[in-house]
Design a protein around this ligand. Structure first.
Ligand SMILES: [Zn+2]
Length: 1020
């Protein structure tokens, strides 16, 4: 799955490895600073399914009635016991289970299936027990069962009969079916199942096609005649397959699926596998059965089906196994032209992944479909990948570089899952990171292959640097952390699993070499295909690959990687040189942004591969390969370094750690940076970023970090340098906003931006390429954020031009700058601008337009308009846009949103938790994520305690917000005065001569002329 990046705010985490139950009453009525929120509650009961009964095959027959929002179904599950048990426990959630369930010992005789036939097996007479004893059961729902014989399949679907049951079947009496905690359905049997014999459990069930965004749900869209069209969609990960049919809904219970769906004839039906046959439904004119081929062994969360009236574009590619495989991209008919980009890159990515992994794509077809109402970014269902419309569709004419990149990334991610996740699956959600970290790492490799000029590894490095900030919070959690209860699973879909996982894998790759890494991957995939693995299975495969390499024979991949995946946070490596002797001490310590980290975390030791170079070595000769290992608290190495040149550690920023140096070395680095001796963008970005992280936690003086930022004052072309610099400045901006020195900060930022903006013609010329377009957008955004008069004037004028068009569809604003322009127009405008955009939001059917507008409307400063938006998010705003209405401006508007949430908690909670388990935590992040004073923090703590039971499943989000608030509050007290002074002094020293010259003349005549055909790079 790919989280919706728009909604995910980049502060993450937290973590306890302990579980909690929602119903626990802790007895605490105060916020306990000594342990994470919710941890004091008792450990949850183990609600996992017993392993004594295993499914191997599901025959699912479903009738889907969209009009009535109902479905009915029959499921035949082939199960086997591995010990004598008198109970079958599986999952079911919100389904009505018919009482005529049957359990039959399976006797195969000439059983015809679509793909294979089975051989007759002798019936084990002793396995049949007959009993009529009663059991007592205290649970609520109980259906006494009659001993019934298994009926043969209805004649209506005879062409695909897969279970021709012999007439001499033996039934096991089911005494009761009981709903139990944890969505469990408990079937008590009159006699025990005998090990190693196949039984068929038949259950009939019905349920509602839901209005949420999980399970089997309804999505709608307006067609070209403005009529509402309905469709049926599934989203099962992590635990919603059980809401669509009874099943063993844990990833390790892999089985084959054969699915048939009855539906109105005028709809298309898609599922994981190809269609095998279609036939009419007797007695129901205009209805038909669509039967799908039998699947490979797969986990329940990957099952999918969709009913729609969409169109598709088709292509194909010849796979490694020489089979030509069909690729279709589906969308509502009006958007079909936007499906081209995804259609173009999918075969390239599949073929590339096959080459890299050495394993062919496992199925015969793949469908990619854009769903109008969708919760996350995309979902990797095997053979039927579902996407949010904005993550699959790209408008070559109007689309902007960021959107195209988003589509490439999401498609590359979900296709990578077809191997990592689908073919080899994690055993349990504890190892979710294996799925997500790998898919994330591979997504960068994939996009880098199809769009090399985007420099995706620079982006990966940037994402790592951004994550290092939240991974230093006190309550961060390890990549691999125990999940006991299903309610904890959704918290694992965070940046730790995705981005940290990806960067740890990258560090491994860099340490052992690409060649051995790919060899290890191929071993892993081949060994574990169609099965479930744990992280150490992967490390063992890597060890197999590296075994015969001399330089690696002393490295235990298992203990190296466990030190990174099983310990929370990361280290800072302190490098201290003795300039007289040439000795260098490398020492590791936990890097935590809190002054009082947990003692057990302070004791952590990582196995750190260390690469280094010196500033007298030309950049072309820098090596990324680690030269030494730091596996203890510290090591001393005698290195022959020239004392007037700096040592630079963690070359290329590939290692997942920060580096601090002695003062003299920092000065040498700073000189090298300013003199241009260091001109590698990643190194520049890394030094700036490391120095800010160190300064923030009192490990380095702020003057070093701030001093480094001035290296861009004469212009800087690199996107990553600006991104890291501005990211760090953003932390300062939020914190200084309410201080008197904020004006100096604004002046300093305008000065930093001036030269580069001038160089880029203030963003008024057409960008040279996608990278430049993204840089221009970022710089202009900042120019407006620090209230540069030129930018504000320009943005307001652009918006006014649009408002004056006779047809609002003629939007004259360059598409890649629209977000920025809307934001400024709304922030500095009033009701008129707001209503103009609100009306377009309501009338547009284009998800890109809607997303852009709803993301910017909350920047209004009018209290009444904020309240209007928040109210509408609970009623009128379509599901997947509703949360975006909460992304209000900090701090004034977020305070309004906080009070709205507190005063309307029950309504807000209900609306958003009914959608899925991800949206409400996002709302909390948006509303409380930027707390910078104790009053607000106390307000949050009171709120959290008041609603503790409901908020426990998002305990990590809350704890992370509190950590981040504590960091800000302490920071403001400690640093704001000194930093304001630094900006003031800098400006006094540097601006007399050039403040007036850097501000360009505003010329009304300048217009941005970008012809439509040139706004985006053509696809390659
Ligand atoms: Zn994913």
């Amino acid at each position: 799955m790919w989280p919706n990046t728009i909604l995910i705010i980049s502060l993450i985490l937290v973590m306890d490895c302990y579980s909690k139950t929602i119903s626990q009453n802790s007895g605490h009525d105060f916020w306990d600073e000594t342990e994470p929120f919710g941890q004091s509650t008792a450990v949850a009961a183990d609600l996992r399914l017993p392993k004594s009964v295993q499914p191997s095959f599901y025959r699912l027959k479903l009738k889907a009635d969209l009009e009535k929002s109902k479905f009915t179904g029959d499921i035949y599950i082939t199960i086997k016991a591995n010990e004598k048990v008198k109970e079958i426990i599986l999952h079911s959630k919100g389904l009505i289970i018919d009482k005529n369930a049957t359990l039959t010992e399976q006797i195969y005789e000439n059983v015809q299936t679509i793909q294979s036939s089975k051989v007759k097996r002798q019936v084990n007479e002793s396995s049949i027990e007959s009993t009529s004893q009663n059991t007592t059961n205290n649970d609520v729902t109980e259906f006494p069962m009659l001993n019934s014989t298994l009926e043969s399949e209805p004649a209506t679907i005879s062409p695909v009969n897969t279970q021709v049951i012999h007439s001499n079947v033996r039934n096991i009496k089911i005494i009761s079916i009981t709903e139990s905690t944890g969505d469990r359905l408990v079937l008590a049997l009159a006699s025990a199942l005998v090990p190693d014999i196949d039984y068929t459990l038949k259950l009939s069930f019905e349920g509602n096609i839901s209005n949420s965004l999980t399970g089997f749900y309804k999505s709608t869209y307006k067609d070209s005649n403005n009529e509402i069209r309905e469709m049926g969609v599934t989203q099962f990960e992590p635990t919603s397959a059980r809401a669509a049919f009874p099943c063993f809904d844990e990833p390790a219970f892999k089985a084959k699926f054969e699915i048939s769906i009855a539906h109105p004839q005028n709809m298309s039906v898609l599922s994981n596998m190809k269609i095998s046959t279609e036939e009419s439904v007797p007695g129901e004119p205009n209805w038909q059965w669509t039967h799908f081929e039998r699947s490979v062994d797969m986990s329940t969360y990957l099952v999918a089906y969709v009913l729609c009236d969409f169109k598709y574009l088709e292509t194909s590619y010849t796979a490694r196994d020489n089979i030509t495989k069909t690729i279709r991209v589906w969308t509502q008919p009006a958007f079909i032209s936007k499906a081209n980009y995804a259609l173009n890159i999918t075969p390239k990515l599949l073929a590339f992944y096959e080459d890299v992994f050495g394993v062919p794509y496992a199925l015969d077809k793949i469908d990619l479909i854009a769903i109008p109402d969708f919760s996350s970014g995309a979902m990797e269902n095997w053979g039927l990948v579902t996407f949010r419309e904005t993550t699959l569709l790209f408008d070559e004419k109007e689309g902007v570089p960021g959107e195209k990149r988003g589509v490439a990334i999401d498609v590359a991610h979900e296709l990578a899952h077809q191997w990592f996740g689908n073919l080899v699956t994690m055993k349990w959600w504890t190892d979710l990171w294996l799925n997500e970290g790998f898919a994330t790492y591979v997504e960068y490799i994939g996009v880098n292959h199809i769009e090399p000029e985007w420099n995706m590894f620079v982006t990966l490095t940037r994402d790592k640097m951004t994550l290092l900030r939240s991974d230093s919070l006190k309550n961060t959690s390890p990549v691999s952390r125990k999940v006991i209860d299903a309610s904890e699973i959704s918290q694992k879909f965070d940046e730790i699993s995705y981005t940290k996982g990806a960067n740890l894998i990258r560090m491994l790759n860099n340490t052992i070499s690409e060649e051995l890494f790919l060899k290890g991957l191929a071993i892993y995939l081949d060994t574990w295909k169609y099965r479930n693995a744990e992280e150490n299975d992967l490390w063992k495969a890597m060890s197999q690959a590296t075994r015969s390499t001399d330089s690696l024979k002393d490295v235990s991949i298992v203990s190296f990687m466990n030190s990174w995946t099983r310990q929370a946070g990361y280290p800072v490596v302190n490098v201290k040189r003795d300039y007289a002797t040439g000795n260098v001490v490398f020492e590791q310590r936990l890097f935590c942004s809190s002054p009082s980290p947990y003692t057990n975390m302070e004791k952590q030791i990582w196995q750190i591969p260390i690469s280094y170079t010196t500033t007298d070595v030309p950049h072309e000769q820098w090596s990324l390969t680690p030269k030494l290992w730091l596996k203890e608290r510290s090591v001393t190495e005698k290195l022959n370094l020239k004392s007037d040149h700096a040592i630079y550690v963690n070359v290329g920023a590939i290692g997942y750690y920060l580096v601090n140096y002695d003062q003299k070395n920092w000065e040498l680095l700073s000189q090298a940076l300013k003199s241009g001796a260091i001109d590698d963008p990643i190194t520049k970005a890394q030094l700036i970023d490391d120095s800010f992280n160190l300064a923030k936690t009192n490990r380095l003086e702020y003057s070093y970090a701030l001093g480094l930022t001035s290296c861009v004052v004469n212009g800087e072309d690199s996107k990553i340098v600006w991104e890291m610099l501005l990211d760090n400045m953003s932390f300062l901006k939020h914190n200084l906003k309410s201080t008197s020195g904020y004006l100096y900060f604004q002046d300093y930022m305008r000065l930093l931006l001036a030269k580069q903006l001038e160089k880029l013609n203030y963003g008024l010329s057409k960008p040279a390429d996608d990278n430049e377009a993204l840089l221009v957008e970022n710089l202009l955004l900042w120019e407006c954020m620090v209230e540069g008069p030129r930018c504000l004037h320009w943005a307001k004028a652009e918006f006014r031009k649009w408002m004056e068009q006779t047809d609002v569809n003629d939007n004259p604003i360059p598409s890649y700058l629209r977000s920025l322009v809307y934001n400024v127009a709304i922030k500095y405008g009033g009701r008129e601008e707001f209503e103009f955009l609100w009306n377009i939001f309501q009338n547009s059917t284009d998800p890109t337009v809607k997303t852009l507008i709803i993301s910017n409307l909350p920047s209004t400063r009018e209290a009444s308009l904020i309240t209007f938006l928040l109210e509408k998010s609970l009623t009128d705003i379509p599901k997947q846009y509703a949360a975006l209405a909460w992304s209000t401006d900090v701090p004034a508007s977020t305070r309004l949103a906080q009070n709205f949430l507190i005063n309307n908690f029950d309504r807000v909670y209900q609306v958003f938790t009914n959608l899925d388990s991800f949206t409400f935590p996002n709302i909390l992040n948006m509303v409380f994520g930027f707390i910078s004073d104790t009053d607000e923090l106390d307000k949050l703590k009171r709120f959290a305690l008041q609603h503790k039971e409901k908020l426990l499943p998002m305990s990590q989000t809350l704890q992370k917000i509190v950590d981040s608030a504590n960091l800000r509050i302490t920071w403001i007290r400690k640093y704001s005065l000194g930093i304001n002074e630094w900006f003031k002094n800098y400006m006094q020293e540097h601006t007399q001569q050039n403040t007036t010259t850097v501000e360009p003349e505003w010329t009304q005549n300048i217009t941005i002329s970008i012809s439509d055909s040139n706004t985006t790079a053509s696809s390659r």
